[in-house]
Write a protein that binds this ligand. Structure first.
Ligand SMILES: [Zn+2]
Length: 119
């Protein structure tokens, strides 16, 4: 069984020049191009900005299907692509997912990316 590396804090970068924040592991700011970026740890709180329910996954994600692929807008304002897992209001998120649903960062899986759960 393959070992899955997990990280339990959501980190990204903050630009020292313009203040732009992103969860991507960038080496320079995608907003202004400055290389003066520092590590930023996000609170992990956010809401669903947009989503799609994936019924047939691809590659390593296939066993997870159906799953919710969503763009989460963090309370800091940065948007990040993630998978939402868990239950919301007693139903699996694949049935209960909604725009503006509050979510909380759960973990990072190396092969999958960010995973959020209903808050
Ligand atoms: Zn910048």
């Amino acid at each position: 069984m393959a070992e899955i590396m997990e990280a339990h804090s959501l980190t990204g970068k903050k630009c020292k020049s313009c203040g732009f924040e992103a969860t991507d592991p960038v080496v320079s700011c995608t907003n202004c191009g400055s290389e003066e970026v520092e590590v930023k740890t996000f609170s992990g709180k956010g809401k669903v900005y947009t989503y799609t329910v994936v019924h047939v996954g691809f590659g390593h994600l296939a066993p997870k299907a159906p799953y919710v692929l969503a763009v989460v807008e963090l309370e800091e304002g940065a948007k990040t692509m993630s998978i939402i897992e868990g239950e919301y209001q007693g139903k699996p998120v694949t049935e209960s997912i909604a725009i503006d649903m509050p979510v909380l960062f759960d973990r990072t899986e190396t092969s999958t990316g960010f995973i959020f759960k209903p808050a």
